[in-house]
Ligand binder design. Sequence first.
Ligand SMILES: [Zn+2]
Length: 283
Amino acid sequence: MDIDSLEETCTMPVEELYNLGLDGVPFTNDGVLYYIDNDSPVLGVAYIGADDPDDAPFFSRNKKTRQVWSNRMAKRIGLHILLKELPLVGITPDLLIVGDSSGGVPNTDGYFGAKEYKWMFSFDLPRSGASMYQYHDDALVTELLRYGFVYRKDEGYAAIDDLWFLGFVGFNFGNGILGEGKFAQALLRITERQIKRFIGFYNAMKDNELEFDVSAGFDEQAWRDYYGPSDPYDFANISDDLDSCDLCAGLFPVGELTQIRSIGDGIWLCETCIKTNMFDELL
Ligand SMILES: [Zn+2]
C-alpha cells in the first residue's frame, strides 16, 4: 500500500474526499448518502464520519514496521481501500458511502433503481478477520475461512448492519486498525494481507448470488442472543487465566501470547497470528 496515498485520504477535507476516483462515473450526493455506479454486481459500503473542526488532521508513519497513525484513520481507511486500493487490482464495486446522518436507517430509495446486488461488503472491522453480523451463514463462513479469514462474531456497529433491508448478504472485513478514534493506528502488514485475502474471495464469489431472507425483517433479539454473554468477545467475561489475541481475538492461556513491543504500546498475539502476519522479525 502506498502510504503517501493513504496520508492524502486521511488528511484531505471531507468535501474533497468525495471527489476521489469519481471521474466519469455517475455520482449522487444528498449530503448523507453518496452512491457511485461502476456497473458492478457487488456493492461496496463505507462509512465516513464528519470532520471535527477542532481536531486538525495529523498523520505519522513508521516505515520499518509499516504502522501509520492518524486521528482520521478509523473514519477513512475503509473508504481508502474501496476507492483507491481495490481498483489497483481491477476490483471496482459500486459504492455506497454512508455519511453522518441524523440517526436511524439510511433512506436508500432512489439510489439503486431496479438494481440488485449479489452481495455487499465493507472494510469496517478493526484488526483482522471477517464478520457477517445478522447475515451469518455457515456455508459462507466456510468460504471466508478458505480464503484465509479468521471468522469473528464481532460486536459493534458497521454500516452494513443498517442496510439489512436491502436484502443483500453482507460481509465486513478487518482493515488492520488497532485502537479507536483519534488514537487509531493501522498495521499495514495486516491491511495488505486482508486485501490479498479479499481478492481471492472476491474473484471466487463475485458472480454468486447469495441469499439473505429479508422477509423475516431484522430480528434484533436474535441478533443480541447471537452476541450473547457467552460470546468469547465479551471481554468482561474473560477469565483471568485467559487472554485474547489482539488480531484473531481467539482466547489463549495468558503465557501463550507474545507481546510485540515495537508496535504502539505493545499488542499481544498468538503464535499463529505472529507467523501468518510475519511479525516474527519484529520480536
Ligand atoms: Zn491470533
